[in-house]
Design a protein around this ligand. Sequence first.
Ligand SMILES: Cc1cc2nc3c(=O)[nH]c(=O)nc-3n(C[C@H](O)[C@H](O)[C@H](O)COP(=O)(O)OP(=O)(O)OC[C@H]3O[C@@H](n4cnc5c(N)ncnc54)[C@H](O)[C@@H]3O)c2cc1C
Length: 453
Amino acid sequence: MRTALVLFTRDLRVHDHPALVAACRNAARVVPLFVLDDEVLGGRYAAPNRVAALLEALEDLRTSLRARGGDLVIRWGDPIEEVRSLVTETDASEVHLSADVSGYAHRRQAALEQLGEDLSVEVTAHPGVVLVEPGEVSPTAGDHFRVFAPYWRRWIDHPHRDPLPAPERVPTPSSVHSGTIPARRELVDGDEAPDRLRTGETAARDRLDWWFDGAIGEYDRAHHDLASDATSKLSHHLHFGCLSVAEVVSRIDRRRPGHDAFLRQLCWREFNHQLLAANPDLPRQDLRSQGDDWRQDDDTLVAWREGRTGYPVVDAGMRQLRQEGWMHNRARMLTASFLTKHLRVDWRVGAWHFMDHLVDGDLANNFAQWQWVAGTGTDSRPNRMFNPVTQGRRYDPSGAYVRRYVPELANVDDVIVHAPWEAADQLFGEVDYPPPTVDHAEARERFLAARGR
Ligand SMILES: Cc1cc2nc3c(=O)[nH]c(=O)nc-3n(C[C@H](O)[C@H](O)[C@H](O)COP(=O)(O)OP(=O)(O)OC[C@H]3O[C@@H](n4cnc5c(N)ncnc54)[C@H](O)[C@@H]3O)c2cc1C
């Protein structure tokens, strides 16, 4: 009787799972495996919010597999060694997994292929993490795109894979010990965000339905508006693969309001993934160095982390991050720009602070976007600098976003809520909120001079 093993990584779903479908098609016995990887869990990547979300997604996946007559087998340690031992134990003749883009994922896949050769087992990497695999579209000169606009044009014309249904049955042999999914504290110390977003395939599919049942219609008009909560909040589901991007894209109808703008954002995700695939050092090294001499100033860094810079929109974003483990895209841009361009702190420091908190914290999206904002990445205007006051007034005109996360300013009126120091006389003694850490005009001059402008 043929046995196939499926190694789940960050593709924690049963719908549109090409690796799982192939295993169920080829074999009479299927062993779905997730390895709590010592290397991943031992590093800074394993932040409490993301580990909690991972465990939730695993519980949900196990429930779905059990409903199909199978189970999720949990092991701890080195994925290659765990695959070796389960292949031997179950006499599996094939191993399936989803291809992924990071340097670590590439090394893991290569090690599995080597193991396959050693054990005479077929190892197959399937699509599933992105829609268009890195390298499937490439520019005339070069192996990957460095600019978004031409990538978008090619990506949109490239044939998109149709999503696959979930297998009806996953016949896991009962002789395999399934193992327990541990409690979060067994894996990592520290607190989770009080209002952390939940994940798992069931929650993700509900959210997807809600989104396409109508909420998406407002996306084009309102997705930049900080207070209106008009974005999909699918990023953490996509990060853990509780939803496949192919399935999300299959629901798009570009003639309908909001759909095209939303598709474009999904394409940014794809763009960043092909960027990381081609540049495994993206989380560590400038893509396009600007010769920056980053500053080390612990006090201003702490003020930024804690949301006490004196710029209300920046502080609101930083506090949203701690409160929810998520931040609005516009606020991510403003807070990252403030750190790298006003405070001149190294983008890696900020990116890792985001990774410490974001439920959707993602090697491709987080580090590519930090580099974009810092001007060391793919932005064609690397020296653009956001003014936190004018940006606040434009994207939070009523001040509702600031008031939600910075309660000290709850009673300050709309005119001054983005620049409370302008009314210091009026507010004196009434509001416990710090003055600006840096003056915008001076910071701008310093930054442009440092960049030789
Ligand atoms: C400094 C910085 C750091 C970021 N870090 C991350 C991260 O770690 N993980 C992450 O998923 N996104 C990251 N983003 C991108 C973006 O902010 C989030 O994807 C988005 O805010 C998630 O909310 P949403 O699902 O409601 O997005 P929506 O606006 O509903 O967009 C739909 C989906 O498109 C993708 N997407 C949207 N905007 C972007 C973008 N600019 N780049 C890449 N993909 C995008 C996401 O998968 C998102 O779920 C970062 C952006 C910046 C500026």
